[in-house]
Design a protein around this ligand. Sequence first.
Ligand SMILES: [Zn+2]
Length: 149
Amino acid sequence: MQSETKRFASFCGEPTESGCVEWQGSLDPNGYGAFKYCGKKMGAHRVALMMAGIEAPVGLDVCHTCDNRKCVNIDHLFVGSRSENMQDALSKGRLPLTPGAWPYSKIHDMTDAKLIEAYRSQGSIKRAAKSVHVSKEKLVARLRQAGAF
Ligand SMILES: [Zn+2]
């Protein structure tokens, strides 16, 4: 385990201006960093979170807030559902938009509990808003309504 951590670290570049830690090792066909962790080929960004003690449950993706697929800075990563990841890609123009096909990530579709949980777990409005893909203003209004402050 220790040696895996060391080997992993050896593939991490110096942080860029935006704070991204770019993967210097091999990349998978989608442009994500690839790392063989205990003999199992995994996404480097997923391993980065795992080494930080955050294991993404099966079926959930590790997403980038910075949109840099090579980035393994855990501050730029969050665990999201596949649909959130797609929503993320969609909002960044990577997927074709089909009208009506995207019911997720509208703030009114989310429960207060989910928003409060995002706020508490992310530790700041800015990060929470990013993690649930809503504007800061909308999130603040909703949290206030829900009595989170
Ligand atoms: Zn980054």
